[in-house]
Design a binder for this molecule. Structure first.
Ligand code: DX5
Ligand code: ZN
Length: 222
């Protein structure tokens, strides 16, 4: 099973709904990047703006919170209707409590790791997770280059998931995913892919989602 989650970070923000309609048929979830200009040096949407996007989005929303206060507010994105809410391990002082608050709102919960954070830092939290997000760029901006040296971390996560949580935990990569890089990520064990620029910079975003999916499927079997 492969999931493609286009990120609207680089889509035309003045026409978000029409941008989303260009990929909604072909995509599994919409990846909503929330940045607060504290945890990362960039700002995207206020909570109210995010809530509006979540409510109006025709497909499930995968909210990726790059915010400094997930312990206080991550669960509100679940309450607003996100299908999945991912917060950063580095931003949380009580990850287990935040995981349960998100789950109590009925959403899937993901935990994101910045490139410098080791997978082993979160292994005791794995049993409570529905998704692990391994960043393949420094969070904050779209259009950066894919960090191939993150594949070792993906392999570690894949090994742990297959040994104890098979089929339960999605393994997502986010940042610089494109036709040139998705095969490496799939071969290393990722099954859920975020793509922003690769999708919205192409002249056929829907077709690009299909191409990314078939490339990932082909590489996954190998
Ligand atoms: C970066 C975001 C990513 C980014 C992906 O902090 O979390 O979702 O928007 O964009 P591309 O695919 O262009 O790297
Ligand atoms: Zn993201």
């Amino acid at each position: 099973m492969i999931r493609i989650c286009p990120s609207i970070l680089n889509a035309d923000r003045d026409n978000l709904l029409s941008e989303i309609s260009r990929i909604s048929e072909q995509s599994d979830l919409l990846h909503l990047d929330v940045m607060d200009n504290i945890f990362v040096p960039n700002f995207t949407f206020t909570f109210e703006q995010s809530k509006k996007i979540i409510e109006e989005c025709p497909i499930p929303v995968d909210s990726h919170l790059m915010i400094a206060d997930p312990d206080e507010s991550a669960h509100l994105y679940a309450r607003a209707g996100s299908d999945s809410v991912t917060f950063h391990y580095e931003a949380s002082s009580k990850p287990l409590e935040t995981i349960f608050k998100i789950k109590d709102e009925g959403a899937r919960v993901g935990l994101a790791l910045k490139p410098a954070t080791s997978f082993h830092d979160i292994s005791e939290l794995m049993e409570h997770l529905d998704m692990v997000l391994i960043m393949t760029v420094e969070p904050g901006f779209g259009g950066q280059s894919f960090m191939v040296d993150m594949m070792e971390k993906v392999r570690q996560a894949r090994k742990e998931i297959d040994s104890q949580y098979l089929g339960k935990i999605w393994l997502q990569v986010d940042g610089g995913v494109s036709l040139e890089t998705i095969a490496r990520a799939a071969e290393s064990g990722a099954d859920t892919f975020v793509a922003g620029s690769a999708v919205f910079r192409s002249d056929d975003p829907g077709g690009m989602v299909d191409s990314l999916r078939s490339l990932a499927l082909k590489s996954q079997t190998r």
